[in-house]
Design a protein around this ligand. Structure first.
Ligand code: NAD
Length: 262
C-alpha cells in the first residue's frame, strides 16, 4: 500500500493573485498548507507563535519559488491577531483566504485533571483564536470583494476522544462557529468551512508514530491502508479555499482515512 499522500498537481494555479494567511504554519499541517497555497500562486503570511518555525516555512516557500512573509502571532491575543491581518494588507495589499489552524492543548487530561490555566489557554488558542481570526479578517475580505475561511477542527469534535476534554470542547466550538460565520457573512461573499482531520503524522503526534506497534495499530484501523499526512489535509483546505467549492459553506469535512465511519 502506498504510504505517501498525493501532492497537489503542481501545474494548478488556483490562487494566483490571492493572499492567504495561515496560522500555526511554523509546523505540521499549517506548514504544508502554506506551501501548497504558495505553490499554487498565493502570497502567504506564515503566522505562528514560533518565529523560528515560521522562518523555516518561509525558506521552504521561497525554495519552491513562492512568496511568503513570516509573522509572529499569538492567536489567543486580540491585538496580535489584528496586527497579523494588518501585516497581510500592508505587505500584499489584500486578504482572500484565512486558514485558522493554530492550536494548543494539554495532552492526556481528563476534565478533573485539567487545571483552570490549561482550560483557559486551550480555549484561548484553539477556539478564541478562530473567533479573532474571523473577527479581523472578515471586514478586510469584504472590502476586497469576498473571501474564504477554512478552520481546522478535528474528528475529536465529532466523536468521543479519550482524555482530551478541553481540546474536544474547543474543537466543538470551532465546528459551531464555522456554521455561524457562514450564516452571517454568506451574503457578503464570505464562505466559511472547516476540515476535521483524523490522526495525522505531524510533530504533534510524533510519539504515536514513533512507536512501531502504535503505528501498526493506527494503520490497521484506517480504511485506506496508510496513515494520514499533512498533505492530505492541505489538499482539503485548498479545495475549501478555492472556487471549486464555491457552492460549499458552513461545512465540516472529515479527512481521516475512513476512521470515523468504521
Ligand atoms: N496532527 C493531528 O493528528 C491532528 C488531528 C486533528 C486535528 N489537528 C489539528 O490540526 C492543526 C495543526 O496541528 P498539527 O498536528 O500540525 O500541530 P503542530 O504542533 O505541528 O503545529 C501547531 C502549530 O501551532 C502553533 N501555535 C501554538 N500556539 C499558538 C498560538 N498561540 N498562536 C499561534 N500559533 C500557535 C505552534 O507553534 C505550531 O507551529 C491543529 O488545529 C490541530 O488541532 C491535528
Amino acid at each position: 500500500m502506498n504510504e505517501s499522500a498525493q501532492t497537489p498537481a503542481q501545474t494548478r494555479n488556483r490562487f494566483a493573485g490571492k493572499v492567504a494567511v495561515v496560522t500555526g504554519s511554523g509546523s505540521g499541517i499549517g506548514r504544508e498548507t502554506a506551501l501548497a497555497f504558495a505553490r499554487e500562486g498565493a502570497e502567504v503570511i506564515v503566522a505562528d507563535i514560533d518565529t523560528e518555525g515560521a522562518g523555516r516555512t518561509v525558506t521552504q516557500v521561497e525554495g519552491c519559488g513562492g512568496s511568503a512573509k513570516a509573522c509572529r502571532v499569538d492567536v489567543g491575543d486580540a491585538d496580535s491577531v489584528r496586527e497579523m491581518v494588518e501585516l497581510a494588507v500592508r505587505t500584499y495589499g489584500r486578504l482572500d483566504v484565512l486558514h485558522n489552524n493554530a492550536y494548543w492543548a494539554p495532552l492526556d487530561r481528563s476534565v478533573t485533571e485539567t487545571s483552570m490555566q490549561e482550560w483557559d489557554r486551550t480555549i484561548a488558542v484553539t477556539l478564541t483564536g478562530v473567533f479573532l481570526g474571523c473577527k479581523y479578517a472578515i471586514p478586510v475580505m469584504i472590502e476586497g470583494g469576498g473571501g474564504a475561511i477554512v478552520n481546522t477542527a478535528s474528528v475529536a469534535a465529532l466523536a468521543a476522544s479519550p482524555r482530551f476534554g478541553a481540546y474536544v470542547a474547543a474543537k466543538g466550538g470551532v465546528v459551531a462557529l464555522t456554521r455561524s460565520v457562514a450564516f452571517d457573512y454568506g451574503s457578503a461573499g464570505i464562505r466559511c468551512n472547516a476540515v476535521a482531520p483524523g490522526l495525522i503524522e505531524t510533530p504533534a503526534t510524533e510519539a504515536v508514530f514513533a512507536d512501531p506497534e502504535r503505528r501498526a495499530w493506527v494503520t490497521s484501523k484506517l480504511l485506506v491502508g496508510r496513515v494520514g499526512q499533512p498533505t492530505d489535509i492541505a489538499n482539503a483546505v485548498l479545495y475549501l479555499a478555492s472556487e471549486e467549492s464555491a457552492f460549499v459553506t458552513g461545512q465540516t469535512i472529515v479527512v481521516d482515512g475512513g476512521r470515523l465511519i468504521s
